[in-house]
Every structure is written in C-alpha cells, then in structure tokens.
Write a protein that binds this ligand. Structure first.
Ligand code: SF4
Length: 498
C-alpha cells in the first residue's frame, strides 16, 4: 500500500502491481449527509452506531490541505483528476517528494474511464493535476501526448466541457512540445499552462537540481506562444535560494520583465527540514524579503488584460465568486471573467463582452448563452461523419473516436462552429436578468447608504438638541443664581439701612 488512492480501485479487483487506478466514481463527498447527521442528532447517532458494526458502511471524515492535487472534486462542475503521483525529480528544496515519492502514473484506460464517468455526471471542466504533468507515463511506457489525445477524444462534441492541463516542469515536456501545442489548440482545451521556472539564473537552477537551463525554459515558452494562439503561461519563482547573488536575482527580474507573465507565484525560500537545501548557507532573511518585495512590485505593475476591454470572448462558467454576486468564467486562455447572472448559468458556456479589466481578472456582460440544441446536435454529428471520412482534414488520428467536429482542421476553432445560438429572445432575457441583478444590487446598496445617512442625521439632530438643552439649562441656572444674589443683596441693604 503506497497511497490512499490504492485503497479503492475500479472493479474491486485491485490494480496490477506497479499500476495505479483512480478512485472509483462511486466514492464521493456527501455534504448533505454530514449536515443532516449534525441536525438530526440522537437519531443519526443511533444509526451511525448501528452502521459502524456493518463492515463497509462506515463513514470516514477526510480533510484535505494544500494545492488542487490534494482535492477529489472542486465543485459540481469542476473535476480535479490526478494523472500520477510523485515525480522523477530530486529538487534540493522539495519536501513534496518525501511525501509523494517516485513517479506513479495511472493507466490511460483508467483515466479515460474516469473522464467518461464524470462527464456523464455533469462535470464541465477537468483539471489534470500532477507534481509534474510532463513526466506522466514514463514509468508505464506511455507519454503525456498519448494520454491527452485519448482524453480529448472523450470530450463532448458540443464544446460544453473543457480540459485544463496541470503544472509541468520544463525537462520532460521539451521533447513533446509540438504535440502538446496541438492539444492546447483544441477548442475544448484551455490554452494555458503552468510552467515553473523558479530562477532566471542557471547556477541557481543547478543548485536547485531542477534539471533544465533558462534557455530550455525559454524554448518551452517561446514554442508554445508561437504555436498556440492566445497562449497564457503562468510561472513560479523562489526568491533568495541559498547562494543567490544580486546578479542571479537580476537575471530572474529580467526574465520576468521580458515575458511579462500574467501570473507569477512568488515565494521566499524557506528551508524544509531534511532537504539538501536546508543544509546550504542561507541568504540573510532581510535580503530575501527585499527581493521578494521587489519582484512582486514589478509583477504587479504589469497590465496583461488591458487589450481585452471591449472584446467579445467565449467563456465557460463553473463557479461563484467570493463576493457571492458574480459568477466566475474563464476564456480559452483561462483568463478569469466575472459576470452577473443567475445561478442557472453555472455549467454553461457563454459569449461575453468584456466591459472592464482589472489586474487579476476582467468583467464582462453576457450577450449569449451557448447551449446545445437538437438541430446543432444533428449538425455536429454530420460534421463528425465528415471528419471520420476525410483523413486530410480530421484533427484526430483515430477516425473511430474523432470528437473534434467543432473544428474543420487540426483543432483550429472556426467561427460559428462551436457557438450554438439560442433563439433571439433568450439573450435578451439573460441580459434582463443581469440588469435586474445589478439593479437589485444597486438598490440594496442605496438602501444601505440611505440607512447610514439617516442614522447619521438622527445622531446629529440628537447632538444638536443636547447642546440646546444644555445651553438653556445653563442660562436658567445663571438667571436663578443672579435673582437669588439680587434678593440677598437687596435684603441685606434694607437690613443695614434700618
Ligand atoms: S519540486 Fe521537484 S522534486 Fe519536488 S515534486 Fe516538483 S519536480 Fe518533484
């Protein structure tokens, strides 16, 4: 037993030694059940007490920490699918390797099976996660492009479900760059990749044992940007790794400035106990902090989304923003778009007009919901048939499973092929809903403002009257004392004259 995933295997028969199988679809989180048990108190206690005696019926409470790789679904529409655990690296700062160990890839068939299941379950976005996506399959004799092509062929032809490829280090993806670029161009795959560079200095990369050079990192980025329209790349940087000089750090700054990555995860080096880097001579912490602040300031000065303002984009909506008002969608390049609309828009794809842009995301107005209709299904199936018969224009090598009927040639999206229009009324009704929601929000904001103003005015009035009352009381007291003084004076004068 190497991992918790090995506890449950598809078919109940167990995996072939050395092979991993993802957790079966029947295993899931039942939040309702947890809530119900909390509410129903003693009855549920009795039930759980009885069921605890029946093997296989017990409830296990799991709490997950860390990145998405540690999580089994993000929400109803987003499935996080680990494709392997562990890696082939030996980075000198890394503690993850101690926990995850050597590369262990899940089989292509098991992952395809899982994808089929979750799509049937209503999932609209699949995140492939891994310590190093590029290394996938090297332990079981397959490769990342083989897996990706198999998964893409399972995506529904209506363009409703998107695939997001997880983080990859440069070394193992280098030899598959063209195939990966082809997959990233597919209309149902986000043109987005997370490729951590960690440092812009070769000597620091060598001290980190990252197994690539800055030049190789550049090759990955340049090739993908050149071959994939709208490609977005995120990266990571560690500031203040042991031995990092001012010159080394300067090279990192220059690299980040040159590419102006839209997302850079900046961290300060922290020695993890038991790692080789923990025994290396540290850079003073004030310098580490200074470098991290400097890089953050540079990165935050970028304005990567300014050119999007006014553009029309297709997005896939899968979540609710933390403000509870906006819905979260992503463009093909995985740029976050915040829109206002009813919860029923979750899980759908829409055309939006970008109305304003921020540093981390953009705002848009929904102008059309893209849904699959009967006539479009027929059209798509016709297109699939054509695809199967015409090997020159088909983007899939396997005509039996070609599911890319949305594109006429090699994954390039054609205008009007992926978008399935609704009737004319629905966009207007969706706009109306958006307008009503905005109006509701504005009205409630105004109500709150009015409440605050009236409370302030009341307080002001109260304080004004308090002042007048005090002044009147003072005048009355002064008058009384004056009258008493006059009476006493007159009385005393009269007494003296007698
Ligand atoms: S940082 Fe290096 S050693 Fe650690 S998990 Fe990633 S590739 Fe593996």
């Amino acid at each position: 037993m190497e991992d918790i995933e090995d506890l449950l295997v598809a078919g109940g028969g167990g995996a072939i030694p050395g092979f991993r199988v993802p957790v079966a679809a029947a295993v899931g989180v039942n939040h309702k059940h947890i809530k119900k048990n909390r509410i129903s108190g003693s009855i549920s206690n009795a039930t759980s007490c009885n069921s605890s005696k029946i093997p296989g019926t017990q409830t296990i409470y799991l709490k997950t920490f860390g990145c998405s790789h540690n999580q089994v679904r993000k929400n109803k529409f987003v499935e996080i699918l680990p494709i392997n655990v562990g890696c082939l690296g030996a980075c000198t700062y890394c503690k993850t390797k101690h926990a995850r160990g050597h590369l262990g890839s899940y089989t292509v068939d098991s992952l395809v099976g899982r994808v089929r299941t979750v799509i049937a379950d209503g999932v609209r976005e699949l995140w492939l996660s891994s310590e190093d996506t590029g290394a996938y399959g090297r332990d079981i004799g397959v490769s990342l492009p083989i897996l990706l092509n198999s998964l893409v062929s399972e995506l529904p032809p209506d363009g409703s479900t998107m695939l997001r490829i997880g983080m990859t280090n440069p070394p193992y993806i280098l030899e598959h760059l063209k195939e990966i670029a082809e997959v990233l161009r597919h209309p149902c795959v986000y043109s987005f990749l997370h490729v951590p560079v960690q440092s812009g200095s070769d000597s620091i990369l060598s001290a980190m044992n990252r197994e690539y050079t800055v030049s190789e990192f550049r090759t990955v980025v340049d090739t993908l940007i050149e071959l994939v329209p709208g490609m977005q790349i995120a990266t990571d940087v560690i500031c203040g790794f042991p031995g990092e000089t001012d010159e080394d750090f300067e090279q990192t700054i220059n690299l980040i400035k040159e590419y102006k990555f839209p997302q850079v995860h900046i961290s300060q080096f922290y020695p993890r106990p038991g790692t080789p880097a923990a025994r290396m001579k540290k850079v003073p912490s004030n310098i580490v902090k200074k470098r991290s602040r400097e890089l953050t300031t540079i990165f935050e000065s970028f304005t990567p989304y300014v050119i999007m303002e006014g553009k029309i984009e297709q997005i896939w909506i899968t979540d609710v923003a933390t403000d509870g008002i906006h819905l979260v969608g992503h463009t093909k390049g995985y740029i976050q778009v915040l829109v206002i609309g009813p919860g029923s828009m979750l899980g759908s794809s829409a055309m939006v007009k970008i109305t304003s842009v921020g540093r981390w995301s953009v705002f848009g107005d929904v102008i059309e919901i893209l849904t699959e209709q009967a006539h479009s299904r027929e059209n798509l199936s016709n297109r699939n048939s054509k695809c199967s018969n015409d090997s020159d224009t088909c983007c899939s090598k396997d005509s039996e499973t070609c599911a890319c009927g949305l594109a006429s040639s090699c994954g390039q999206k054609q205008e009007g092929t992926i978008s399935v229009s609704m009737n004319d009324q629905k966009p207007r009704s969706q706009n109306l809903i958006g307008w009503l929601l905005r109006k509701r929000k504005n009205n409630s904001q105004k109500e709150m403002e009015n409440e605050v103003v009236s409370k302030f005015e009341e307080k002001l009035r109260t304080s004004e009257w308090a002042f007048v009352d005090s002044a009147l009381l003072g005048v009355m007291l002064t008058s009384l004392l004056t009258a008493i003084a006059i009476c006493l004076y007159l009385g005393f004068s009269g007494f003296s004259s007698k």
